[in-house]
Structures are given as C-alpha cells and as structure tokens.
Design a protein around this ligand. Structure first.
Ligand code: NZQ
Ligand code: ZN
Length: 389
C-alpha cells in the first residue's frame, strides 16, 4: 500500500422517509438555502414539496433553482451563483442526482469567489465554498460524498472536473425508495458508473492492497447481483438499498485506499458526453471493456484475479489471454443485459469522429497523456475508441 490519507466527512442519513429530516439537518449549518433540482422528477414525485415543508418547519428560508440537465451546464451554475450572491444564501441543497449535486457544488464554490467559476475547472482550485448538502435521487455518480464536481461548458463543448475537499457535502440523505421512479436505463447507467469508479481504482500498478482489492470485488459483485433485480422489480427495497450503498462506497475513497487511481476511462468517456450528450454511465459501458482489452497486458495477473473473482471465469493457465478476454466479454454481456450500449456506433459515433475526440481528450488534459496504470497518448485513445466501434 502506498502512503495515503483517507478523509470522508459526509454524514450519511440512510433509509426510508429520511428526507423528512432535511430541515433540521440544514439548521445546523444555515438559515437560508438555495435548493437546486433537475428537470421534472423531483417535482413530479412530490419530493420537492416534502423538502420545502421540512425546511419551512425548521424555519429555514429558501430559494429554488430547477432545470439542471444531465451533463450539467455551466450557464446554470452561473445563474445559481448570481442568486446565491444577491440573496445571502448560506448553503446549497441539491435534490437530485450527480448532475444536480455537481451544479450545486459549482454554485457553492462560485458564490464565494470574485472571478469566473470556470477557473476552478481549468486553471486553479477553490479554497473555500458554501456548505453543500444533498437529497440523492439516483445512485450513480457518488457525488453525494465525493470531492468532485463535473460541469460541461456548453459553448466550448468541454466537460471538465474540479476536485477539492471543500466541495464534499456536509450531509447526504439516501432514501432508496426515492429511486423507485427511475427509468430502468438510468438504473443501469448508475450501476455502470459505480462499477467504473471501482475499476478506476482497482487497475493500479500498486499491487499490495489486498483489503482494498477484495472490498472492491465484493461491491462489484453486489452491483452485478442487484442491478437485474432492481430493473425487474422496480420497488424491490433491498435491491435499491444495496445499489444505493454500493454506489456511495464506490466513490467515497474507501475502495482506492493504498492505490493510485487510473481515471483515463473517465476522461475518455467525458469526451463522449461532451461530443453527443450520452449519459455518463452508458459511455463508460462502451469505454471500459475496450480500455481493458487495450491495457490488460500491463498486468495479466491482476486481470486474471479480476475475471476469476468478479466474473467467475474458470481460468485456463495455458491460455491466459483467452481467459482474460473471456472475462471482458462477460462484462460486456452484463452491460448489454441491463440495457446499456457497448459500442460507439450505438450512440452515433463513428470511425470518422474518433481521431478528433481522442485529440481533444489530450487537449483537455493540458496536453498530458491520460491515466496511470498505462499512460495513454492520443494514438492510444484512438485505438481504444476503435476497439469500441
Ligand atoms: O432531471 P430529472 O427530471 O430529475 O431526471 C434525471 C435525469 O434525467 C433522472 N432522475 C434522477 N433521479 C430520478 C430521475 N428520474 C426519475 N426518478 C428519480 N428518482 O435521471 C437522469 C440522470 O440524472 P443525473 O443527475 O445526470 O445522473 P447521475 O447521478 O448519473 O449524474 C451524472 C453526472 O455526474 C457526473 C457525470 O459526469 C455526469 O455529468 N459525475 C460526477 C462525479 C462526481 N461529482 O464525483 C463522478 C462521476 O464519475 C461522474 O463523472
Ligand atoms: Zn463516473
């Protein structure tokens, strides 16, 4: 294990009806909040009204900003910053998924900054931010207890991340029942994203992190077990609860302890989302099997461990490459079985597009190669996209 620091202070309030506690929880931090939410789901389900009622009961004044779109846009972050600055907002409360939470984090950082908040996604990091809290409605991105915010600059067609511990939510309310209304496609996208968060940490050149590896493998197996159940039985509480906790733990730092994360596939995917607005998890289901096929020779033993323990491949040591590729095929089949795309052509990206997207991935990374497990140049990224065509 490499030397490391583990810090995750987000208080998690987990279980049925927990959103009713939101007003009381907010009152520990603020008297005025900006409630940020998405397109329609939180309003339609009545969740937003329950949140407002709880805030009123606790004597918290609130303003609202709806309309966050998936692959959240910078323009709405600017709007939120203006509201927060003009109205002495003391806390930003996100009611929604990763896109809403990341918008809330952008607003929180921008509200206490005189410059352009996009600076934090490009050239510098925030030193402070208003406190953020969340009522999570989709298990996926892990933003409910992560340091990250990922925002799309729609004018520049750039999707970029900002990571700083001042953005970690103070508390997050996780009620699995709130996820019953999710379309099956969104459940699948969320599961793929959480699996990707584990892969990014698991495939590392740091070998001695057995506890971390085995924890990651277990969470992957639980996700693969419960995703089909949640898709088949939309109101299966147990499946929803397991997935919600798995998605949280996949990205709260626990499964990266003692290892160096890779994160190339996330950057490679963000380019796809910026290019044609594909859902993040769907993009990852396309990218990861291709990335695995391209990089597994870096550490065949690690890949053998992965395909044996997680994908139940019966390893043939005479034909190691075959066994690994069989595992990657199984992963792809799993993604397909839960309704995700596994090729670029399925989302309208073709051979003619991939060189430009690969070069842009390097440009967004300040000209540096992507990843740590294997460092990837624009040629490598193009080859990975080609494997995914
Ligand atoms: O806008 P509404 O109507 O709410 O619809 C949303 C949206 O269309 C819908 N939805 C959410 N909860 C629902 C629901 N529909 C019915 N019932 C519910 N309970 O789901 C759709 C997707 O929502 P979104 O917030 O975009 O999903 P997700 O949580 O997957 O977030 C994806 C974003 O997070 C970023 C991704 O890049 C992407 O932009 N990420 C953020 C990270 C972080 N901050 O740490 C890390 C991740 O790797 C990821 O990059
Ligand atoms: Zn992700």
């Amino acid at each position: 294990m490499i030397n490391c620091e583990y810090y995750n202070p987000t208080r998690i309030i987990f279980g049925k009806d927990t959103e009713k506690q939101v007003g009381e929880l907010v009152s520990h931090y603020a008297k005025s909040v900006l409630v940020v939410y998405g397109g329609k789901s939180a309003k339609a389900s009545g969740l937003l009204d329950r949140v407002f009622d709880s805030l009123k009961e606790a004597g918290i004044s609130y303003m609202e900003l709806g309309g966050v779109k998936p692959n959240p846009r910078l323009s709405l972050v600017y709007e939120g910053i203006e509201i927060a600055k003009k109205n002495n907002i003391e806390m930003i409360l996100a009611v929604g998924g990763g896109s809403v939470i990341d918008t809330a984090k952008g607003i929180a950082a921008g509200a206490v900054y005189d410059g352009d908040v996009w600076d934090f996604y490009t050239v510098t990091l925030p030193e402070k931010a208003l406190p953020v809290a969340t009522v999570l409605t989709i298990p996926a991105a892990g933003s409910e207890s992560s340091t990250g915010s990922v925002i799309t600059n729609e004018e520049k067609k750039e999707k970029r991340a900002c990571d700083h511990e001042c953005l970690i939510p103070k508390f997050s309310i996780l009620n699995p029942e709130l996820t019953y209304t999710l379309p099956n496609y969104q459940i699948a996208c969320g599961v793929a994203d959480a699996m990707a968060h584990i892969f990014e940490r698991y495939f590392s050149n740091e070998k001695a992190a057995d506890v971390t590896d085995r924890l990651g493998e277990s969470v992957l197996k639980s996700l693969m077990k419960y995703a089909p159940i949640a898709i088949k039985e939309n109101e299966n509480y147990e499946a929803r609860a397991e997935i919600m906790w798995a998605c949280k733990i996949a990205h709260d730092g626990t499964l990266g302890v003692g290892k160096v994360g890779d994160w190339a596939s996330h950057n490679i995917e963000h380019e796809l989302s910026a290019f044609n607005d594909v859902a993040h998890g769907a993009g990852l289901a396309i990218v990861f099997p291709a990335w695995m096929r391209y990089t597994y020779k870096q550490d065949k033993n690690l890949f053998l461990q992965f395909v044996a323990r997680v994908l139940n491949v019966d390893i043939d040591y005479e034909y190691v490459d075959y066994s690994i590729n069989l595992g990657i095929d199984k992963l792809k089949e799993f993604f397909k079985s839960i309704g995700l795309p596994t090729s670029l052509s399925e989302i309208g990206i073709y051979e003619k597009d991939i060189r430009g997207i690969a070069e842009h991935a390097i440009y967004v990374n300040d000209g540096e190669p992507l990843g740590n497990f294997v460092k990837l140049s624009a040629d490598d990224i193009e080859n990975i996209y080609r494997l995914a065509l």
